[in-house]
Write a protein that binds this ligand. Structure first.
Ligand code: 4AD
Ligand code: MG
Length: 442
């Protein structure tokens, strides 16, 4: 857009640089707050980088321009020019003394004012994205997904992109979204896993960050119907090595956020010290059977061996840890068909070579993974037990027929990790446009 002002606009962040103090600057953005008296106008300008207070007097702008500027509603788009100075009295510590205001687009009355319910803000998410909170979360999110790519590429993994339309389930039929696909019904992807298992026989080590769909029936602060999963799959790898890759990945993500997003963490009151101390420790790895022991001894909680850990049990368990922990070797019975049995385990019943990483602070399971069963016959049997038509998995069973090797992988829930890092009350704020059982708008 051509802006009829002689100087090129700079960002608010750039304007706050010490070298710019006392200079005249041109800024552009949206009115975040505005307040005026008979003589003075105070407006807070917002751009993608920051907010800054601007002031103008009736004399500075002249009668007519002062009055029309004073009438501009919040979220009007403007370009301003004025002298910037550090000023302890101004909110944020800087003030721009305006000489000119150019209106690019005068806003209607903005529906979001103060004290709205979370539901109202979600109904208006397309506008609420402009809030400082959502702006900060989206910046951290960008760091998180960027760090995932950086981590795996550094480790020599290839990015591999799976299909989203799939004919198979992998994480249980009850959370499948059916899609009309021409004249038949298929599903939206619950995980990239089965396709990743095909690709490792070519690429060996792969990762992705992809949209994932689950028709979750529970209304919790941890479940979305559409979320992003960062997954990895590696040939020649056992599940315990995968656990250590996951620990390094999550620590790397946090390091990058601490490096790049201190300002955002402060806006979110996310207590970054909690993260800094978490990444300086080694994260415990315990078995499911040991977890039940801890629940019994330290919490007086009885869980029957063989039952999957529910939210209440996970939360109780995590009261005893302030870093993430990984629980390995869950009972085979409760697990997805592809998780192999661990022979000679010290447990009351058969357990699988699998693991979940659980975050502290009530954020729940952030990573789930396992080794994969390499035996076609036992896979077939497990699929039948789940009531699946084995013929639909013929292509998958082929992977066991042509040079099968030990392999493992896991999926990291991007929004779960982000909710923990940003200390969010609800996972719905970790994604720009949340999709849940009760919401698919806007
Ligand atoms: O534990 P899950 O179900 O694991 C799998 O899907 C494996 N096939 C992954 C693999 O081995 N490649 O899901 C992985 C992670 C969970 O640990 C959780 O963080 C997140 O995905 N997740 C969800 N996040 C938000 N909303 C939901 N409904 C989620 N379901 C799982
Ligand atoms: Mg899981």
């Amino acid at each position: 857009m051509v802006i009829p002002m002689d100087e090129a606009p700079i960002s608010i962040q750039e304007a706050k640089d010490p070298s710019k103090q006392g200079n005249e600057v041109t800024l552009r953005g949206w009115i975040y707050r505005t307040r005026g008296s008979n003589r003075m106008l105070f407006l807070v300008l917002r751009d993608s980088t920051d907010i800054i207070q601007c002031v103008a007097s009736r004399e500075d702008l002249g009668e007519e321009r002062f009055i029309s500027a004073r009438e501009l509603p919040v979220e009007s788009a403007i370009v301003v020019k004025g002298r910037i100075n550090m000023d302890d009295r101004a909110p944020g510590g800087f003030e721009v003394h305006l000489k000119e205001i150019l209106t690019i687009s005068k806003a209607d009355r903005f529906p979001i004012t103060k004290d709205h319910s979370e539901e109202f803000l979600r109904e208006n998410r397309h506008l609420w994205l402009r809030s400082r909170k959502m702006n900060a979360i989206m910046k951290v999110r960008s760091t998180v997904t960027g760090a995932i790519h950086e981590f795996f590429r550094r480790e020599g993994y290839h990015e591999f992109t799976p299909p989203i339309f799939t004919p198979n389930q992998a994480e249980g039929g009850s959370t499948l979204f059916e899609v009309k696909y021409y004249d038949r019904t298929i599903y939206l992807s619950q995980t990239w896993q089965l396709y990743a298992e095909a690709a490792i026989f070519s690429l060996e080590r792969i990762y992705d960050v992809s949209p994932t769909f689950r028709a979750e029936r529970s209304k919790t602060s941890r479940h979305l119907s559409e979320f992003w999963m960062a997954e990895m799959e590696a040939a020649w790898m056992d599940y315990l090595e995968a656990v250590s890759v996951a620990e390094r990945e999550v620590k790397f993500i946090i390091e990058k956020v601490l490096e790049r997003n201190m300002k955002e963490l402060e806006i979110l009151e996310a207590e970054p010290e909690r993260l800094r101390s978490a990444i300086s420790a080694k994260w415990p790895v315990i078995t499911y059977t040991e977890a039940l022991g801890i629940l019994k001894e330290r919490s007086g909680m009885d869980v029957e061996w063989g039952k999957d850990l529910r939210t209440v049990e996970e939360e109780e368990l995590m009261k005893h840890f302030d870093t993430p922990i990984t629980v390995v070797e869950y009972p085979k019975e409760a697990m997805a068909f592809y998780k192999p049995v661990k022979e000679e385990a010290d447990a009351p019943g058969p357990v699988a070579k699998c693991f979940d990483m659980i975050a502290p602070g009530g954020y729940g399971e952030i990573v789930g993974g396992s080794e994969r069963d390499t035996d076609a016959a036992s896979l077939e049997e497990a699929l039948k037990r789940e009531g699946e038509d084995v013929r639909k998995y013929d292509w998958y069973l082929d992977l066991r027929r042509y040079g099968s090797v030990q392999h493992s992988g896991y999926g990291l829930g991007v929004e779960r990790v982000l909710a923990w890092i940003c200390k969010l009350d609800n996972i719905k704020d970790a994604i720009p446009f949340p999709r849940t059982m009760t919401r698919a708008y806007p």
